[in-house]
Design a protein around this ligand. Structure first.
Ligand code: SPV
Ligand code: MN
Length: 629
């Protein structure tokens, strides 16, 4: 028989002082209190701190992060701190991140583990793991308050850094848990594990991230890197995708942003890009920003609407400089903003340095300990002062272009979806798909991207990354495609789908476009959505007419857009496109048996169009030759 609420509270009292016990008593869900007790009895913390929405509690967490040496204060601002993960814990751990499934279940292309074995193993790792530590319990909303989109989450951790980051990145929702008895919520249990003399997780060889989608619970041990440890970030994304699949809505690795058009209208787009391919940069450059990393997208009365489950950014800091990124640079260098830096250089005088700062780096400490110019690792490689995956955590509410709809419980209407990867020689800078299904297949499902220097391994290697979400899928890519077809069927008006490519290179390896050119592609998409501009039909979709781009470049960037550059950028590389689609076909055909037939029909038709064009025009065709207007 299940223990009564009173019995549970009596046992929880062993871990709490009077004040924190009082906070737990107000939590209405007995099943949640039972889980917190189970976790405490497993991990054996010394004491428990319950984080409510009060300023004192938030301040306490900030203070504890510093006292625990998880964050180091800087000299110039009381609200900026630095966190270090250690040299072996700087990124998401693909190998040890597993979706827990019933024995014998296979999810194509997804790393899984038998649920009984996985839970047994992780409970073994977590037995007594919080001895001598304080346990923190935080309550969050994954979306705006009082919204049909919003999911709820409870984070239990022994890391004040994880709770501090969550407090910046998500809406605090302790109040909801004190009001509602019946509430469906995700559970995240994290422990840094034993720490070494630097404060880093010592047992990274026992780093585990196990995701039980059926029970909506995630276990993380022996890591501090936020992408592994912060439940509400990419761990919730896997749970969200799983629920969305069952309930016919989308949980995406996408920004949400608005572009202004004639008559003061604002048109919203979502955009999926792999890490390091311009997602945050696009969202920041747009006229208004709703979110930079995640989107929950639903069909509300036939209309597509989206909310950002987050209220903060966990962004890559490398390359952020005062010229290209003036706004975020200012937020990161002001004294009155709250910022947690991770894996940057903390100089001896208490300043922060990352590559992008105008001055040279001075000695200090970084992700690998003391740092000085020229410092080498054991293998003789030079240690960079700031790691390529160094990050900043801050609130999006500091942004000047924050959209007024950020907290709208009904989200913003989505009129276009954008897919982009790092592609040096195939995709044109911007192209609209023929329709929803064609876009889902030929822009989203086949997305691939060249590896960046931020990822270990051969730079430039082309990686398959459907919808820019492969790392975060808890269902097979084939099922994810089927979900998008299904979602499209119920809509009155389907969003237009676009591809973009910011990384086309010329014969000498030089980039053919500039960072700010993105703005023109966005403006073109905005006008297309409303049927305000004509376009040229290619075998793979619709591309801009030269004169329209020339006008947009002049109007918005005060730049002359030459005809020969247009021709270079928008030539259709037919043979390369055929190879691109063939690569994706082979992956789905050999690895994802549950891929819907419709995917193959659309791919066959795409191939036919390209082959026909190849026989007419050869390997590459100029946009001027295709212009039949
Ligand atoms: C990404 O890699 O897509 C991120 C950072 O946004 S992480 O939280 O590590 O996933
Ligand atoms: Mn991301």
């Amino acid at each position: 028989m299940l223990e009564s609420r009173e019995g549970i509270l009596v046992r929880l009292a062993a871990y709490t002082d009077f004040v924190n016990f009082g906070k737990l008593v107000k939590v209405k869900s007995t099943s949640l209190l039972r889980w917190i007790l189970e976790v405490a009895e497993l991990t054996e913390p010394d004491r428990m701190f319950v984080v409510t929405d009060s300023p004192e509690d938030l301040e306490y967490v900030r203070r504890r992060a510093v006292e625990n040496r998880e964050e180091i204060p800087v000299s110039y601002s009381p609200l900026h701190t630095v966190h270090f993960d250690g040299p072996r814990d700087l990124a998401r751990d693909r190998e040890n991140t597993r979706i827990l499934v019933p024995k014998g279940t296979v999810i194509p292309m997804i790393n899984t583990k038998d649920v009984v074995e996985g839970v047994g193993e992780i409970e073994g790792i977590m037995k007594g793991i919080m001895k001598g530590r304080e346990m923190y319990v935080g309550f969050y909303c994954y979306g705006p308050k009082n919204s049909p989109f919003t999911l709820y989450g409870v984070q239990v951790t022994d890391s004040a850094y994880v709770i501090h980051s969550s407090n910046v990145l998500y809406r605090l929702c302790y109040d909801v848990f004190t009001e509602r008895e019946s509430i469906s919520y995700m559970r995240f249990l994290h422990s840094t594990g034993e720490r070494d003399e630097n404060g880093w997780s010592r047992n990274v060889h026992k780093r585990r991230i196990y995701i039980d989608v059926e029970n909506q619970i995630v276990y993380t041990a022996n890591t501090q890197y936020a992408g592994n440890a912060i439940g509400m970030k990419k761990l919730a994304l896997r749970l969200c995708i799983y629920r969305g699949y069952r309930e016919n809505w989308l949980c995406e690795h996408m920004f949400i942003a608005g572009m202004k058009g004639p008559g003061g209208r604002v048109t919203y787009f979502t955009g999926a890009f792999p890490a390091g391919c311009g997602k945050t940069a696009t969202a920041m450059m747009a006229d208004t920003l709703v979110g930079d990393d995640l989107a929950i997208i639903k069909n509300i009365g036939g209309e597509v609407r989206a909310v950002n489950p987050e209220t903060g950014m966990f962004g890559i800091i490398s390359g952020i400089n005062p010229i290209d990124d003036p706004e975020i640079y200012e937020i990161l260098t002001r004294r009155d903003t709250e910022v947690v830096f991770a894996n940057v250089l903390l100089t001896k005088d208490g300043s922060i340095w990352w590559d992008g700062k105008p001055e040279s780096p001075r000695p200090g400490i970084n992700y690998a300990g003391s740092w000085w110019p020229g410092k080498k690792d054991e293998k003789g490689g030079e240690i960079p002062p700031s790691h390529p995956n160094a990050r900043f955590t801050t609130s999006i509410r500091y942004l000047k272009n924050l959209d007024p709809g950020i907290d709208d419980p009904n989200g913003v209407p989505v009129k276009g979806m954008i897919f982009g990867g790092r592609d040096s020689d195939t995709w044109v800078p911007v192209e609209e798909a023929f329709d929803w299904d064609h876009g889902i297949v030929t822009k989203g499902a086949i997305l691939e991207s060249e590896r960046t220097a931020a990822v270990l391994g051969e730079a430039g290697l082309v990686e398959f990354n459907p919808f820019a979400i492969l790392d975060f899928l808890s269902i097979s890519p084939g099922a994810f495609i089927e979900l998008h077809f299904r979602f499209g069927e119920g809509l009155k008006e389907r969003p237009r789908i676009f591809s973009v490519n910011y990384f086309l290179r010329g014969e000498h390896g030089e980039y053919l476009t500039e960072k700010r050119d993105k703005y023109v592609w966005l403006k073109w998409m905005e006008l297309r959505v409303h049927g305000d501009l004509d376009a040229i039909e290619t075998p793979t979709g619709y591309i801009p007419v030269y004169e329209d781009l020339r006008n947009l470049f002049e109007k918005y960037l005060n730049k002359e857009f030459k005809e020969d550059l247009y021709e270079k950028l928008f030539s259709i590389r037919i043979s390369k496109l055929l190879k691109k689609y063939e690569r994706a076909w082979n992956i789905y055909a050999t690895k994802a048996p549950d891929t819907p037939k419709k995917f193959y029909y659309i791919m066959i038709e795409q191939k036919r169009k390209l082959e026909e064009a190849e026989s007419l025009f050869g390997a590459v065709v100029s946009p001027f030759k295709l212009d039949r207007r």
